[in-house]
Design a protein around this ligand. Structure first.
Ligand code: GLN
Length: 387
């Protein structure tokens, strides 16, 4: 048989999703792949039941059902502080995974360079390969995940056409400051580059940190392709509802790419999600508070156990330093931890461009009882994970 495509040779399956399968095998508490084990808002579940009895079983408009786009435009205009037109500035996608892929394919050609902060969300590596982009990695240096401004400018100097900005950031939990974002904006302007954002954790930010939408910075709307989703905000990761927001000119291209990639997001799910997009501000305030409590519980619990970790400013991940255990492979460590301790984490080597074997990632988007059970099991981590 002839060989299959070369472009698929350079990446593996997702380590994040592989860890879920390993976790299931050992019946571990799964704090690897980031998704909640609690219910979405009841109003959305009720709306979904109604939608399945309604007339929503055929394709919606390819770039999103009109009422979904209108509700989304209203919500995002308010939070982003930008006037978003539902007809001109939005494409609804199958999760932000498709949004990012469609954004990349709309912006870059084979061989174009794209700046990626490392550690990065695993998908960006594959997105770059599939779209033909050549990533230039710039370090976010642990434990604070600050970056070197000169290193970033040097990356732009190499002719980067775009930068990928995950903010709040997965896996680091970093929330970029206004000062940092303004600096990135100045480089985007100076080197005539686009910024593709991944803002799926836009509503999960811990005080006093504040999420600033890159597209809202002066002069940045036309340079920014904002990608996000409803997955984390409404605890509906399985609904696969994401979107791209950008200028009319960019959206015209994203619409074409999206049309041929997936045609459209699921119609009944878009219909059911409208009620969520129309929630009052209190919903988002409560969401942030709930996650603040989860962070206190889990990260505070790690402190009590004397387990060293990073301090998330946003999103729902915490990195734990495992260097004291002396394992050569963090993947091996995570597999053994599922088996011996019964808690699953993601080995962070899949997020770093540099050889990095020091961190594992836990997420805390789980019920209180699940997090308590995980912490109980982690009491024995130091003893059970000795080599
Ligand atoms: N964003 C989540 C994570 O980082 C889930 C990833 C996924 O499987 N789509 O774990």
């Amino acid at each position: 048989m002839r060989e299959l495509s070369k472009r698929t040779e350079d990446f593996t399956d997702s380590v994040i999703r592989r860890m879920t399968r390993i976790s299931n095998r050992y019946n571990a508490v799964n704090l690897s792949q980031g998704f909640p084990d609690f219910d979405p808002p009841k109003e959305m579940l009720d709306a979904l039941k109604k939608a399945t009895d309604g007339d929503f079983h055929q394709y919606s408009i390819t770039w999103g059902a009109k009422n979904f786009r209108e509700a989304l435009a209203k919500k995002q205009s308010k939070f982003m502080g930008i006037d978003i037109n539902p007809e001109e500035n939005i494409v609804v996608t199958c999760g932000s995974t498709e949004a990012m892929m469609a954004a990349m394919m709309s912006v870059v050609d084979e061989g174009d360079k794209v700046v990626v902060f490392s550690p990065f969300y695993e998908n960006y590596g594959a997105d770059a390969i599939l779209s033909g982009a050549k990533p230039i990695y710039v370090s976010l240096n642990p434990p604070t995940f600050s970056f070197d401004r000169k290193e970033l400018e040097d990356a732009f100097k190499q002719g980067a056409k775009a930068l990928i900005l995950c903010n709040p950031s997965n896996p680091s939990g970093k929330v970029f400051t206004l000062d940092e974002l303004m600096y990135i904006a100045s480089l985007a302007e100076k080197y005539d580059a686009y910024v593709i954002t991944d803002e799926v954790y836009e509503h999960i930010v811990y005080k006093p940190n504040k999420h600033i939408y890159f597209a809202s910075l002066p002069g940045m709307f036309n340079r920014t392709i904002s990608c996000s989703s409803l997955s984390k905000t409404y605890s509906i990761t399985g609904w696969r509802l994401g979107y791209v927001i950008a200028s009319k000119e960019v959206i015209e291209v994203v619409k074409k790419v999206h049309d041929f990639l997936t045609v459209g997001a699921a119609a009944p799910l878009q219909e059911a999600a409208v009620v969520g997009l129309e929630f009052e501000d209190k919903y988002y305030e409560d969401l942030a508070k709930d996650y603040e409590a989860k962070r206190e519980l889990f990260v505070g619990g790690l402190d009590k156990l004397g387990i060293k970790h990073t301090n998330p400013q946003g999103a729902y991940y915490v990195l734990v330093d495992i260097s004291e255990f002396g394992y050569e492979s963090d993947l091996d460590f995570c597999e053994k931890m599922c088996e011996r301790v019964g808690v699953a984490a993601v080995p962070c080597s899949c997020f770093f461009k540099t050889e990095e074997n020091r961190y594992i990632r836990f997420h805390f988007a789980k019920k209180e009882e699940t997090l308590k059970e995980a912490l109980k099991r982690l009491e024995k981590m130091k003893e059970l994970m000795k080599k």
